[in-house]
Write a protein that binds this ligand. Structure first.
Ligand SMILES: Nc1ncnc2c1ncn2[C@@H]1O[C@H](COP(=O)(O)OP(=O)(O)O)[C@@H](O)[C@H]1O
Ligand SMILES: [Mg+2]
Length: 360
C-alpha cells in the first residue's frame, strides 16, 4: 500500500526569490492527487523538494514517519527508494534501448539476476503498453512512447509513491488520456500514492481523487477534487476556463487597471477564446481503471475519508459529492457500482445516515 506524504508549512526560496511559502497538505496513501498551477509557480521545484533533491528552508515533509528535512542522509537514501518519478521529458538515456533504460534502476539498486531483471522489465513494459518496443532507442519512438517508457522505468522498483511532472507536455490529447489511463490502472494494481503536476485542465478534472492549485506563491486550495472544481475562487475559475478574465496575467499577476480594461473589453463583446463560464462548471465523472483491473483500494479509502469530512466542505462540493454517490447507487440500498462490494458492505450504514442528516 502507498505511503502518506504530509507537507507542513513548507517554504522555498532561491536567494531572494521566494517560490512558494507555507504550503501545507497531505497526499492520502494510495490515492491519486494532482497539483495545478500556472507555469513558473514552482510545481517542478515542489516535486524535487518531495524527493529531497531541493531543500526548502522551512517546514516539514513527512514521508510516512520520516521527516526528510530532519533525517540523516542514510535515511533519506532509504526514503528515496519509495519513489518512482516520471520527469517531464521522460529523462531516458539516449544511447540505451528501452529495455536497458527500464532495467537501469534494477541493475543499479538491486542485486537481482538478469533473468529476474528480465521478468520485471517485461512486466512493466507490458503494463505501459510497450511490449515489442524494447529494442528501440528513445530517438526512434514517439513522445508518447518515451513518456510511457519513463513511466515503466519509474515502476521497476515497485514504488510506494509515484510523482509525475506534466504527463501531458508534448503529448496530444488522445495520448495524454492513454497515459492518464495507465496511471489509474497502475494505482489500481499497486495502490501507490500518486501526485501528478499538470496544467492540463481535462486531466485535472477527470483523473485525480484530490486536487490543489499553486498560485501567487501559495497553495490556493487542496482537497477532494470536487472542492476545487466547484470553487468560485476567481483564480481557480479563470484557470479552469483558460480565460484572460481574472487575476492571472501574462506574467503571473496583473494590476487592477488591466483587470478592469480586460473586463470592459469582454463586456463589449471581445472574445478571448476561452470556453464559456458554464462549460467548466460541475464535476465530470472520474476516470475508472480499465475493466478487468483490480478495485482501487485508494478510492474505497477516499470514500470513507470524504464521508468523514463531508460536513466541513463548501456546500457546492458537498452537493457534487452527494450527486456523484447517488449516481453510483449510494443512499438507496444498491451496491456501490464504482468501487466494488467491499466498500458498500463496510460503509452503507453511515452513508445512509449521512444522507439522512444532511438532506435539508
Ligand atoms: N535550481 C534553481 N535555481 C534557481 N531558481 C530555480 C531553480 N529551479 C527553479 N527555479 C525557479 O523557480 C521558479 C519555479 O520553477 P518551476 O518549478 O520549474 O515552475 P513550474 O514547474 O511550475 O513551471 C522559476 O522562476 C524558476 O526559474
Ligand atoms: Mg515544471
Amino acid at each position: 500500500m502507498g505511503v502518506e506524504v504530509a507537507v507542513e508549512g513548507l517554504t522555498k526560496s532561491f536567494g531572494s526569490q521566494k517560490i512558494w511559502e507555507d504550503v501545507t497538505f497531505t497526499l492520502p496513501k494510495g490515492e491519486v492527487s494532482a497539483l495545478l498551477g500556472p507555469s513558473g509557480t514552482g510545481k517542478s521545484v515542489f516535486l524535487k523538494s518531495l524527493i529531497g533533491l531541493l531543500r526548502p528552508e522551512a517546514g516539514s515533509i513527512h514521508i510516512g514517519d520520516t521527516d526528510i528535512l530532519q533525517c540523516t542522509s542514510k535515511e533519506l537514501y532509504e526514503v528515496r527508494k519509495l519513489f518512482g518519478v516520471l520527469f517531464q521529458d521522460g529523462a531516458l538515456f539516449g544511447s540505451m534501448n528501452l529495455y536497458d533504460n527500464v532495467a537501469f534502476p534494477l541493475r543499479e539498486h538491486t542485486r537481482k539476476s538478469e533473468s529476474e531483471v528480465r521478468k520485471i522489465v517485461m512486466e512493466k513494459l507490458e503494463l505501459t503498453g510497450l511490449t515489442g518496443a524494447e529494442g528501440k532507442l528513445p530517438g526512434e519512438i514517439s513522445g508518447g512512447m518515451r513518456k510511457r517508457a519513463g513511466l515503466a522505468r519509474a515502476l521497476v522498483l515497485d514504488p510506494e509513491i509515484i510523482l509525475v511532472d506534466e504527463p501531458d507536455s508534448g503529448l496530444d490529447p488522445v495520448r495524454t488520456t492513454y497515459l492518464a489511463q495507465s496511471l489509474i490502472d497502475i494505482n489500481a494494481q499497486i495502490d501507490a500514492t500518486i501526485l501528478i503536476v499538470t496544467h492540463n485542465i481535462n486531466l485535472a478534472r477527470t483523473v485525480p481523487d484530490n486536487l490543489g492549485m499553486l498560485y501567487r506563491k501559495r497553495l490556493v486550495m487542496f482537497g477532494p477534487r470536487e472542492v476545487l472544481l466547484t470553487s468560485e475562487e476567481p483564480s481557480v475559475r479563470q484557470f479552469l476556463r483558460g480565460s484572460k478574465i481574472g487575476p492571472i496575467g501574462m506574467s503571473e499577476e496583473k494590476d487592477d487597471a488591466q483587470m478592469r480594461e480586460e473586463l470592459a473589453q469582454a463586456e463589449a463583446g471581445h472574445s478571448d477564446g476561452s470556453v464559456g463560464e458554464d462549460e467548466m462548471r460541475g464535476v465530470p465523472p472520474q476516470m475508472q481503471p480499465t475493466p478487468g483491473s483490480p478495485t482501487r483500494q485508494g478510492e474505497i479509502r477516499r470514500e470513507e475519508r470524504v464521508r468523514d469530512m463531508l460536513d466541513t466542505l463548501p456546500q457546492n462540493a458537498q452537493d457534487a459529492i452527494r450527486e456523484e454517490w447517488a449516481s453510483r447507487g449510494h443512499g438507496n440500498g444498491n451496491a456501490t457500482a464504482g468501487v466494488g462490494a467491499g466498500a458498500a458492505a463496510s460503509s452503507s450504514d453511515s452513508v445512509d445516515d449521512h444522507y439522512g442528516s444532511s438532506a435539508q
